[in-house]
Design a protein around this ligand. Structure first.
Ligand code: PXG
Length: 442
């Protein structure tokens, strides 16, 4: 084998790893050194089936030739061009290609470098939009309990995951939260959208009444709450949110960082659920996870509201050094080509029934208290060990890795979201491994 397998560094102290139990990891590191299609190669030379598409991002599978080659070529041709007051063709081409697959009316795109930046960008667009329309009093932002919108200050303010918020002071002011929609007593083991909980959307009406609509800029939700453990919207819930926002002139933002680019069997969740937001945030699958990049889609109405005043003036005081970076744009274009050639933006719809059946066959496994799914997403919720929350799922994660499978866990929930190229045989293999893991842990 090539000597790249022998790459475990002997000093792991300097890198303070993100969202990681650093001390545990550094005692027993889990290093990936290569990847191809559905598998990683670990530094000890094992093949690890990717049950999570990296972190929900490698939708076309790993090291896809077209994407690799596009990056190689672009790096040698135009490495960087200034992003402000200058342009390069691929960013414009990419924006057009994105608009083509986006829900109708989402005609403009702002580029970012991550999901977190997409969220900040969307919140700022929403606030500035109302101000340009003479409604500057609309400054409140409404999120949801258990929501995840990245780790920057706007995102954790509208987010609803306590552990991600509590260390960081008062956050943004003027933020309120709707209740989450997780009703395990009524909805456990539901396949697809739960029957119960659609009416929780009317809590938004209560919040609007409390603050008055004239003070509220936007509502932001993940169509499916991913990071908090896969909470699928109850029937009617998203439509009801849309109705309330429309009635009160409030912008609706869908954070599609996870659901964008085919995860549910449509390019975006907005199309899957047939509910049109005003702004969509994306990242991850946009470049197949290969190069950091995000995109925020807005309607013409929002975009056009900014296009006024003297033409030499900058219309929106926001952007990043790397917005629409040439290499990221090339990677994204090649990713969209790959998705198109292989039908990946809709493939999840074809394979979802098989996925669902195999996933729910784990119902009789030890510790399982709920299973939920949609598209190529699955979650298995485990009974926590008394007094030691998260420990059981973390043991499952470690055991799965030893057995050659990468899963994600959050709390005591196992989340699964493989690359969209997964075969039926690989689905069988994945769930066989999960069953053995559950049977093997305390
Ligand atoms: N919004 C949503 C809905 C996300 O899921 C972000 C924003 C932030 O994206 P960046 O690119 O800034 O990380 C995310 C990220 C997990 C997991 O296992 C989920 C995310 C990231 C890492 C792990 O659930 N989501």
């Amino acid at each position: 084998m090539s000597n790249r397998l022998n790459t475990t560094p002997n000093d792991l102290r300097a890198f303070w790893m993100p969202f990681t139990a650093n001390r545990q990891f550094k005692q027993n590191p889990r290093m990936m050194v290569a990847a191809k299609d559905m598998h990683f190669t670990s530094s000890d030379g094992r093949q690890i089936l990717d049950g999570t598409a990296g972190l929900w991002c490698v939708n076309a599978g790993h090291c896809r030739p077209k994407i690799t080659e596009a990056i190689r070529q672009q790096a040698g041709e135009l490495d960087y061009a200034p992003a402000f007051q200058m342009g390069h063709p691929k960013a414009f081409e990419l924006a057009n290609r994105l608009v083509d697959i986006a829900p109708e009316g989402m005609n403009h795109v702002l580029f970012t470098n991550s999901g977190s930046e997409s969220v900040e960008t969307a919140l700022k667009v929403a606030l500035a939009y109302h101000r340009t329309k003479g409604e500057g009093a609309r400054s409140r932002l409404i999120g949801r309990e258990r929501g995840y919108h990245g780790v920057n200050f706007g995102g954790i303010s509208v987010g609803g995951i306590v552990s991600n918020r509590k260390m960081f002071g008062t956050l943004l002011t003027g933020v309120d939260h709707m209740p989450h929609t997780h009703l395990p007593d009524q909805n456990a083991f539901t396949k697809g959208q739960p029957e119960h909980g659609g009416d929780i959307a009317s809590e938004l009406e209560r919040i609007v009444t409390l603050h008055d609509a004239s003070t509220i800029a936007a509502v932001i939700v993940e169509p499916i709450a991913g990071s908090t453990g896969v909470l699928i919207p109850p029937k009617g819930y998203l439509k009801k949110l849309r109705e309330i926002c429309t009635k009160h002139g409030i912008l609706l933002i869908f954070d599609e960082v996870i659901t964008g680019f085919g995860r549910l069997g449509s390019p975006f969740a907005a199309q899957h659920y047939d509910v049109m937001p005003d702004i969509i945030t994306t990242a991850k699958g946009l470049t197949n996870g290969v190069i950091p990049m995000g995109a925020v889609f807005v309607t013409s109405e929002i975009h056009d509201a900014f296009m006024q005043g003297p033409e030499h003036m900058i219309e929106f005081m926001h952007g990043y050094t790397y917005s629409g970076n040439p290499i990221a744009s090339a990677a994204a274009l090649a990713t969209l080509d790959t998705y198109k050639e292989e039908g990946l933006l809709t493939r999840a719809a074809d394979i979802a029934p098989y996925w669902e059946e195999q996933l729910h066959s784990l119902k009789d496994c030890p510790h399982v208290i709920d299973i939920r799914n949609t598209g190529l997403i699955g979650a298995i919720e485990l009974e926590p060990i008394a007094g030691e929350p998260t420990k059981r799922a973390f043991s499952a994660f470690l055991r799965a890795y030893e057995d050659g499978l990468l899963i994600r866990t959050t709390g005591d929930i196992i989340a699964l979201s493989p690359p969209l190229i997964i075969s039926k045989d690989q689905i069988d293999e994945l769930f066989d491994k999960v069953r053995k893991v559950l049977e093997g842990i305390d």
